[in-house]
Design a binder for this molecule. Structure first.
Ligand code: ZN
Length: 419
């Protein structure tokens, strides 16, 4: 068996796509594989390719033939003249069942932090893999990570990606939205993030230029293919089933406030210490504290209705937040309410005249000057809450590839899924 790893062949501006290139390689092999592996790598890498995806293609073709086929497809289709594109190709002479632990460890690390080209070269050489890089060859990092990925991520989901006729690329995509919505509703939750019901958006259809017509994500090959078959659209010229680490939260570390690194994604628990504030642009900010350390959190405007839940947080609520920390601010993907503040303290009201009392001086309690009534301290009042304990998430229209939809289950509290 042979595994072909490919990365960094796409162009942000011109919309090539590494999954399409993998589909082209697969089609050129004598034994077209049933499925390829699509791995989403460290989301915070600054020079990342779009969506930071790399692909591994399994085949029975021998290494030297696989190398020449993959090389010719990359040179034909990769956007090598884009200044930001540095393709890499790594070929292993083993199957996905024989991935060495050092390679799967590398893939797990590449998911969570940026890897150097030197580190990948060392492993490529010691494993005797065949390698080729174009320009800086930075894509070798992701290509090696793709080789190890099938063994690195125990939680697996599927995406069935369909591609447009090349002559149509650049024109508006012709996908019948009614058929997408009907099929997606029938298939949910075996498939997810196909549509956003509230935004009336077909999330499966990309907005960017490029060869992808739509991509259907879900729990099984059958579920994603059946949903795809139920969609009416312009002609599909190619398609590929991918096993992936998408929708698994593989990027999240357990962390604690006060010891978090930038450009890393975390799951962190603390107490809301400043109330949510909506700033210009519609972004909602608040802070949490834990052991006298503080962390700023933000729900950006594109997270849409998720911000309603964020705005309903109150000081004293104990929550777990998930997302990537950049510039010392956690960009919220989901949060769990652990304990809600259910009371609030207010200045007492005079029981004779009904007006609000005034402070009688430091530690002197409160009094009404007109009636000479007093109260020793603030009054405890029930605080009505609209949030419930459990997990809240951004809607499908704002989901990152790697983030796990709540509907997939396995969370440590009740869930409030968005659909
Ligand atoms: Zn009074």
């Amino acid at each position: 068996m042979t595994l072909i790893g490919v990365d960094d062949t796409d162009s942000r501006s011109r919309g090539m796509c590494t999954t399409f290139l993998a589909t082209q390689i697969a089609a050129a092999l004598d034994d077209a594989p049933q499925a390829c592996y699509l791995v989403r790598l460290h989301p915070a890498v600054k020079h990342k390719t779009r969506g930071n995806a790399a692909v591994a293609i399994p085949t029975n073709t021998d290494v030297s033939d696989a190398f020449s086929i993959a090389t010719s497809i990359i040179e034909k289709h990769a956007v090598i003249d884009d200044p930001a594109t540095h393709p890499g190709l790594v070929i292993a002479s083993h199957s996905t069942d024989e991935i060495p632990p050092i390679v799967s460890d590398y893939s797990r690390q590449a998911m969570r932090k940026h890897k150097s080209l030197e580190a990948s070269t060392t492993i490529i050489n010691t494993q005797g893999y065949t390698v080729r890089g174009w320009k800086t060859g930075r894509g070798r990092i992701g290509a090696l990570a793709a080789i190890g990925a099938p063994a690195a991520f125990p939680d697996t989901t599927f995406e069935y990606i369909t591609y447009r006729d090349p002559s149509q690329i650049g024109t508006p995509r012709d996908v019948d939205l009614d058929s997408v919505f009907t099929a997606a509703e029938a298939s949910y939750p075996d498939t997810w993030d196909t549509i956003d019901r509230e935004e009336r958006e077909a999330v499966c259809v990309p907005n960017t230029p490029g060869p992808v017509l739509y991509g259907i994500r879900g729990e099984s090959p059958t579920a994603v293919k059946e949903l795809s078959d139920a969609i009416d659209s312009e002609p599909i010229t190619a398609s590929m089933l991918f096993r992936t680490n998408q929708g698994t939260d593989a990027h999240l570390h357990d962390g604690s406030v006060g010891s978090l690194s930038n450009d890393t994604a975390y799951r962190v628990t603390g107490t809301v210490s400043t109330p949510p504030v909506t700033k210009p642009g519609g972004h909602v900010f608040f802070s949490i504290t834990h052991n006298e350390h503080s962390l700023d959190c933000v729900a950006f405007e594109p997270t849409k209705r998720f911000r309603h839940h964020v705005r309903n947080l109150k000081q004293g609520d104990r929550i777990t937040v998930c997302g990537e920390v950049t510039d010392k601010t956690l960009k919220l993907e989901k949060f769990a309410v652990r304990d809600l503040t259910t009371t609030t303290k207010t200045v007492p009201v005079c029981n004779k005249c009904g007006s609000t009392m005034e402070s009688a001086g430091a530690s002197q309690g409160y009094r009404c000057r007109d009636c000479n009534t007093t109260a020793p301290e603030k009054t405890t009042q029930p605080l009505p809450r609209t949030l419930s304990p459990g997990w809240y998430e951004v809607p499908p229209c704002a989901r990152r590839h790697i983030a796990k939809p709540l509907v997939r289950g396995g969370f440590d509290a009740p869930i409030h899924p968005e659909h």
